[in-house]
Design a protein around this ligand. Structure first.
Ligand code: BJ8
Length: 425
């Protein structure tokens, strides 16, 4: 790594020893899990580069943007509307939370039985290893599950720029009104931070940029319906993970290039695995970078993942915002319409999610579903039981897994996944 980066990380207040340790683990994992795959699309080279520079070049770009007067907004949830952030001349980055770090310190502030995702967000802060977190001018939390809601109270003293968004938990008219009022409050906070007033033009342009990014991902998803699958679940998950922190226009371009290559593969009936390989839809909790544990196990067990019903996946990216409104208020209504369809398990009841899982099984021709639940995540673990029952009643095999970020249960998970894959053959 170049000297410049060391200075950049020091200036951001990172703990260089811990940070080096994190980059080493990340680099090794990436090599062993990603680069070891066979027959990857050549255009995935872009994502290899992005990952090799994830704490380098991208951070440098963000710091250059800051030097030019732009603000950086960090977020933990797909309910934070990137369209508005862009319209206020700011950049949104996802704060990934996909690995255990500084757990001893974390467990001084959070109960041991907190989900890995929340613990990870604290670990990255307490361990001083996340340059995205340290670059952010505003960190947006949201009142979603009880764990996150209460954790933000403990996060507040650790950061000086936390903004908490209230979110509805019921899909009712009142729920939608709450979402709109919270988006308006968020827009005001953004305008105050950036000093830039959101206009119809800037909001429409933000909507178009994010829609283009979503459309590229939709195109990629649709190509995964082919048998043989033209891309691994690991690589497709990576694209969905990078969705949250790359420059939007460049990301869109890169994903469209992958799609061009995959179209040729589909046309020539070539793929990353033989025709007839068991096809799996993963459904459940978000898998943030660098949480590649489940797809690695599944794809090393002779199956292929063809879709993710997840916030790092189709729950987060499906549906575009209507671009046709001619006032800021109309465009905000369109944004609310789009986000109100996100079927996170914090909603009660949440019947749309089951319908979406079934749609995805059909669309991507999945043979079975693996429900991925993070230990101690009550919303998804509870929903997993009726989801499994409903799918099995329809003849769709379902395997319910509960895990965390450690590799301790990898052997046990592999045994269960292998048995499930055998059942699908
Ligand atoms: S919209 S899924 S990104 S809240 S895993 S922290 S639910 S205890 S992440 Fe999420 Fe937004 Fe919903 Fe999506 Fe809580 Fe469960 Fe932990 Fe979770």
């Amino acid at each position: 790594m170049s000297i410049d980066y060391q200075t950049m990380w020091t200036d951001l207040g990172l703990d260089l020893t811990s940070h080096d340790a994190l980059l080493n683990v990340l680099g090794t994992a990436y090599r062993d899990i990603y680069l070891a795959q066979e027959n990857r699309p050549e255009t995935m080279a872009y994502f290899d580069f992005v990952m090799s520079e994830v704490h380098g070049l991208r951070i440098k770009e963000l710091l250059d943007e800051k030097a030019a007067g732009r603000k950086i907004i960090g977020s933990y949830c797909v309910f934070v509307p990137e369209e508005m952030v862009l319209a206020a001349n700011a950049t949104l980055v996802g704060l990934c939370s996909g690995a255990d770090f500084a757990m001893e310190e974390v467990e001084k502030l959070l109960p041991r039985n907190t989900c890995a995702l929340i613990k990870s967000s604290f670990g990255f802060k307490l361990g001083k290893v996340c340059p995205y977190l340290e670059s952010a001018d505003m960190i947006v939390g949201e009142n979603t599950c009880d764990g996150k809601k209460k954790a933000y109270e403990s996060l507040r003293p650790l950061v000086d720029n936390l903004y908490v968004m209230d979110l509805p938990q019921v899909k009712s008219a009142n729920g939608k009104a709450l979402l709109k009022s919270e988006y308006l409050r968020f827009m005001e906070a953004l305008q105050e931070l950036t000093g830039v007033a959101v206009t119809t033009e800037s909001l429409r342009s933000g909507i178009k940029t994010v829609n283009a990014k979503r459309n590229a991902i939709h195109r990629l998803s649709a190509l995964r319906a082919a048998d043989p699958a033209p891309i691994s679940g690991l690589d497709a998950l990576l694209a969905n993970q990078v969705f949250f922190y790359d420059n939007p226009a460049r990301f869109t371009d890169a994903v469209n290039k992958i799609c061009d290559e995959l179209e040729q593969r589909v046309a020539s009936k070539s793929g990353v695995c033989p025709v007839g390989t068991p096809r799996i839809l993963v459904s459940g909790c978000p898998q943030a970078v660098p949480n590649w544990k489940l797809p690695m196990i599944v794809e090393n067990s002779g199956a292929i993942i063809v879709g993710e019903e997840s916030c790092v996946g189709e729950r987060g990216t499906r549906n575009c915002v209507d671009e046709s409104g001619s006032t800021v208020d109309q465009l905000i209504d369109a944004i609310v319409e789009r986000y109100f369809q996100v079927d996170c398990a914090i909603f009660t009841p949440n019947t749309d999610r089951l319908a979406h899982i079934e749609e995805m099984v059909k669309a991507y021709r999945a043979d079975g579903v693996i429900h991925y639940g993070l230990q101690f995540c009550q919303p998804y673990l509870m929903e997993a039981i009726p989801v499994e029952k409903a799918l099995e009643e329809k003849g769709i095999p379902c395997l319910r897994l509960e895990t965390d970020y450690s590799m301790e249960d990898a052997g046990q998970l592999t045994t269960r996944v292998e048995a499930f894959v055998e059942q699908l053959r």
